[in-house]
Design a protein around this ligand. Structure first.
Ligand code: ADP
Ligand code: MG
Length: 717
């Protein structure tokens, strides 16, 4: 049984890695650099493939052509040999279904040799294509069960890697996952399609602006991951954490983060040890982790990588969440990546740093120091502003989930209103562009845009605004609204697609404008001016948490979708369907299926929460309260009996009401209707139950209370 006394806390505070001594490996020693050692990357490929085959493969990949079978066989053999030398007995096509997590189906390398023994086999065909049963993955009605076949297809642009296990190792081959008819059933396919779309649009725009060299453009991502670490003892004593990832009960602790003593504070030794091993494991997998620190809430931390191409970055992000959770257990910790594990305590997000870079290594969102760079920058930055304004509802929908409803719009995370923060200097630049004039221009401004209205662009972002959901931070945009547990694939798919559309729109206007003018600069200014003027409403540099902003945003006509059921329909709104169809990223049916899966997940997760809450209230909290009441009665303390008896009655009523809400789901009216029922009936019933339970936590004898408390979970490290 839980608590009873504080001895668990002493046990929790006394930890040792794996139940044994910590190692003391010197990670700076030569040979200790393990980066990429578990990755079948370009170097291994080159070493292991015959020269001609390697050349041919690179050519195929560069041109994005289909792989010829002999090539595939050669790569498969090399991959198998390498994997087996590294202890792999099995391989899997590693893919990302619409659940937002990853999926694996392990197959052994060994097959019967015919003489009673087994030989290792792995053909090109097995590398390129797998056929997992698709019927167990959410498809949002895309596939009836009699059409259960699904295909996985090798993604040669994201390298294969090895996941170690104490009893063996597994070769993971990143793959796409589609229905037998070719509809995307995963998050990778649309991301890859969106990267192509963005590249085509950006390359064409660059040509127009005078860059004839760039052949390909990549969207890049550097996702910052926030998470909590708590002692596993507390985790396993709480059915709510185990079942839902968050605490459904728990009174606010006397000490929170008011002292501001946690953020960037020194990292507790156990936690740091855990982080170091996590980073070591991620390094082996080629994930370039760069930064770690404490976050605002007690027991909250952050890890961030160096940015990579969106596709590889998204794969690495999934691995980061997985490795964080696995390694934590070796330290007697559990990693919580839920958006709001603790009510009243800061939640966790995942800042999606996004930019666009060329194959020549240039960052198109870097203001740069020369007029040419500036011209590009202003063009692409304007495209982002236009895209985000036009599709603000869709962007809001990409970050909608049950967990996020506790976070977005609360006074700690970006508001549910999408707006862009540019920073003081850029704001002035764009303000000047919108007005077509400025009084602030510095003499001798080097921008050379056919007008001397512009001050030199800042080389770094300067000021910061933590309350903005979409902030320009020097040479990238930081979308701060994504939740800590979500896959970043769809967010980036949407960003790439809507920005491609805006780039094409601006390019078309620029072409027209060029016809009647001489220089690019002179032609571009009016195009940018019109765009910025039309999309000005999305720009906001003030306090996104303030009530005043909510009013102002409403006046500006910005969308404010407070909950997931409000936001999800944006995924199938006409503007969304149109842009996704135009760029062939997702067709209407595929979008509809994603929308349905997201809404179903909202319903299902809330149902699990509702039932877990009812069960805990009934079988853990109520018995503790009645026992306490009995003790008070036995001790004859009338002053306290009444108070407790009233709360016990209230708890009983609240549980009855919650049971009723849990049983009364609508059977008709579509999935959004169902989602709204969960939001309007189940959540309030859970909240009402929690309110009484949390009051009881404050008066029931500590020795009778069945759940670890916030002060223990958050402060014992
Ligand atoms: P912060 O001060 O917001 O923590 P950092 O400069 O440490 O910002 O960067 C945060 C994240 O932004 C890192 O993951 C980093 O790799 C990423 N980032 C930097 N440049 C780019 C870029 N051009 N594209 C995408 N992400 C980037
Ligand atoms: Mg940041």
């Amino acid at each position: 049984m839980a608590n009873g006394n504080r001895s668990q806390n002493v046990a929790a505070a006394r930890w040792s890695a794996d139940g044994s001594e910590l190692g003391r490996s010197d990670l700076t020693a030569p040979g200790a650099d393990v980066f990429g050692s578990k990755v079948f990357g370009p170097t291994v490929l080159k070493q292991r493939l015959p020269k001609q085959v390697h050349k041919k493969l690179l050519r195929t990949l560069e041109n994005g052509e289909a792989l010829d079978p002999t090539l595939a066989d050669a790569v498969a053999t090399a991959m198998r040999d390498w994997a087996m030398e590294n202890g792999c007995t099995h391989y899997t096509h590693w893919f990302q279904p619409l659940t937002g997590s990853t999926a694996e189906k392990h197959d052994s390398f060994y097959g019967p040799a015919g003489d009673g023994t087994a030989i290792a086999e792995f053909s090109g065909k097995e590398l390129i294509q797998g056929e997992p049963d698709a019927s167990s993955f959410p498809t949002g009605g895309l596939r009836a069960t009699f059409e259960a076949r699904g295909y996985t297809a090798w993604d040669p642009t994201s390298p294969a890697f090895i996941l170690d296990n104490p009893n063996g190792a597994l070769l993971c081959i990143p793959t796409a996952f589609a229905s037998w008819k070719g509809e995307a059933l995963d998050t990778k396919i649309p991301l890859l399609r969106s990267m192509d779309a963005l590249s085509r649009s950006a390359v064409a725009a660059l040509k127009l602006i005078g860059d004839l060299e760039t052949q390909r453009v990549f969207s890049t991502v550097g996702p910052e991951q926030e998470y909590f670490l708590i002692d596993e003892q507390y985790y396993f004593e709480r059915p709510d954490l185990v079942n839902t990832g968050r605490t459904l009960f728990g009174a606010k602790p006397p000490k929170g983060h008011e002292l501001d003593d946690h953020y960037f504070g020194s990292i507790p030794e156990r936690v740091l040890a855990c982080m170091m091993e996590t980073e070591l494991e991620l390094a082996k997998l080629g994930v370039p982790i760069k930064t770690r620190h404490n976050e605002v809430a007690p027991a909250q931390y952050e890890v961030a990588p160096i940015f990579e191409s969106s596709n590889v970055g998204a794969d690495h992000q999934q691995l980061t969440m997985q490795v964080l959770q696995n390694v934590a257990r070796r330290y007697g910790l559990v990693c919580l990546i839920h958006e709001k594990p603790f009510a009243g305590v800061n939640g966790s997000g995942k800042h999606n740093n996004w930019s666009v870079g060329t194959d020549g290594g240039e960052n198109l969102l870097n203001p740069g120091a020369t007029p040419h760079d500036n011209l590009q920058f202003l063009f692409f930055c304007t495209a982002v502003i236009q895209a985000v304004n036009k599709h603000q509802g869709l962007l809001r929908a990409t970050v909608a989930s049950v967990g996020q409803d506790h976070r977005l719009g609360a006074n700690e995370a970006p508001p549910a209103i999408i707006s862009i923060f540019l920073g003081g200097e850029l704001e002035r630049v764009f303000d000047a562009i919108a007005k077509g004039k400025t009084t602030r221009s510095k003499p001798g401004s080097f921008l050379g845009l056919g007008s001397d209205v512009l001050p030199p662009l800042p080389l770094d972002g300067g000021d910061r605004n933590r309350t903005s959901p979409f902030a320009f931070t020097g040479n990238k945009f930081e979308f701060r609204a994504p939740g800590s547990s979500q896959s970043i694939s769809f967010v980036n798919t949407v960003l790439n697609t809507i920005v491609a559309e805006a780039i094409d729109d601006l390019s078309a206007k620029l072409k027209k404008s060029l016809g009647s003018r001489r220089s690019i600069e002179a032609a571009l200014m009016p195009v940018l001016k019109n765009s910025v003027k039309e999309n000005e409403a999305i720009l906001f540099g003030g306090d996104g948490y303030s009530e005043a902003w909510h009013k102002e945003a409403e006046k500006r006509g910005l969308k404010n979708m407070r909950t997931t059921p409000d936001a999800l329909p944006e995924m199938i709104a006409p503007a969304t369907v149109k842009v996704f169809a135009k760029y062939k990223v997702l067709n209407k049916v595929e979008l509809q299926s994603r929308f349905e899966v997201a809404a179903e997940q909202y319903v299902t997760k809330l149902n699990i929460e509702g039932e877990t809450a009812a069960n805990m209230a009934r079988t853990l909290i109520l018995p503790a309260a009645t026992r306490h009441l009995a003790e008070l009665r036995a001790a004859e303390v009338p002053a306290l009996i009444e108070e407790t008896a009233v709360l016990v009655d209230e708890l009983v009523s609240a549980i009855r009401a919650l049971d009723k809400a849990n049983e009364g789901h609508p059977s008709r009216g579509g999935v959004i209707n169902h989602a709204k029922y969960m939001r309007d009936k189940v959540i309030p019933a859970m909240d009402a139950t929690r309110e009484v339970a949390d009051k009881l936590e404050g008066i029931v004898a500590d020795s009778l209370w069945p759940l670890p408390k916030y002060q223990e979970m958050l402060f014992i490290k």
